[in-house]
Design a protein around this ligand. Structure first.
Ligand code: ADP
Ligand code: MG
Length: 238
């Protein structure tokens, strides 16, 4: 069953067309990585799926229903940003619960969800701290924890590890993979890092200038790249 469908998706900024015509289906529970060079439209695609950016043309369907004109908060998606996007004046606990209080979720349920997310991300001991008292890795754990508390149908990650050092990146990569195994939700992960794509994805979508060059399992792309761009970006040297 398709969880997410992009149909003839088009995006223009003024006169500049950055996404000409994207068609893509993502199945329930898949971990899909969008990979491509800087400026190829990865963030724009993700932001349109999240509802943070208007679509110029085409449609976005989640569980078969069109959401192209549904407000971001009502789409059942949660996004994790490279910059963490935590509220600096709030504690970790408040950052985790704020969005749920906004939709008037009962306090007991909020507490239950915060506890589960804190346990999964091992941030229990940090709940009373503020973001500036945390390391970059801890901040990103909080941002991922916040996405978990929303219990989204789809998680969207926009280069979440780019601000972390190499060692921590490898560690967090494994943690996000484990999280996916544990939760089973559909996840879309954007990166320009080929190694992240190869090690994390069920399915990789290779983008160039807003166009999907190839979609496939990591080894499929590695062994049988469709063109020299995919080969240069992901394939084995030939
Ligand atoms: P990526 O995330 O792959 O680096 P982006 O989606 O951020 O790429 O950008 C794709 C293209 O769209 C780039 O050429 C970028 O300059 C342009 N773009 C992105 N956001 C805007 C905007 N708000 N206004 C105008 N152009 C934009
Ligand atoms: Mg980007």
């Amino acid at each position: 069953m398709a969880k997410l469908t992009l149909q003839n998706l088009n995006k223009c900024f003024g006169f500049v067309e950055v996404i000409p015509d994207v068609n893509l289906t993502i199945d329930d529970g898949e971990f899909v990585v969008f990979v491509g060079p800087s400026g190829c439209g990865k963030s724009t695609l993700l932001r349109m799926i999240a509802g943070l950016e208007d679509v110029t043309g085409g449609d976005i369907r989640i569980d078969g229903e069109s959401v192209a004109h549904v407000a971001a908060a009502d789409r059942g998606v949660a996004m994790v940003f490279q910059s963490y996007a935590l509220y600096p004046h709030m504690t970790v606990r408040e950052n985790l619960s704020f969005g749920l209080e906004n939709i008037r979720m009962p306090k007991d349920e909020i507490n239950r969800r915060v506890a589960i997310a804190a346990e999964m991300l091992q941030i229990d001991a940090l709940l009373d701290r503020r973001p500036k008292q945390l390391s970059g890795g801890q901040r990103q754990r909080v941002a991922i924890g916040r996405a978990i508390t929303r219990d989204p149908k789809i998680f969207l990650f926009d280069e979440p590890l780019s601000n972390l050092d190499a060692e921590l990146r490898v560690h967090m990569r494994l943690e996000i993979t484990k999280l996916h195994e544990r939760l089973g939700n559909t996840m879309i992960y954007v990166t320009h890092d080929q190694i992240e794509a190869m090690t994390m994805a069920d399915k990789i979508v290779v983008l160039r200038r807003g166009v999907i060059e190839q979609v496939g399992a990591p080894l499929e792309l590695y062994n049988t790249p469709r063109n020299t761009f995919v080969a240069g970006f992901i394939g084995s040297p030939r």
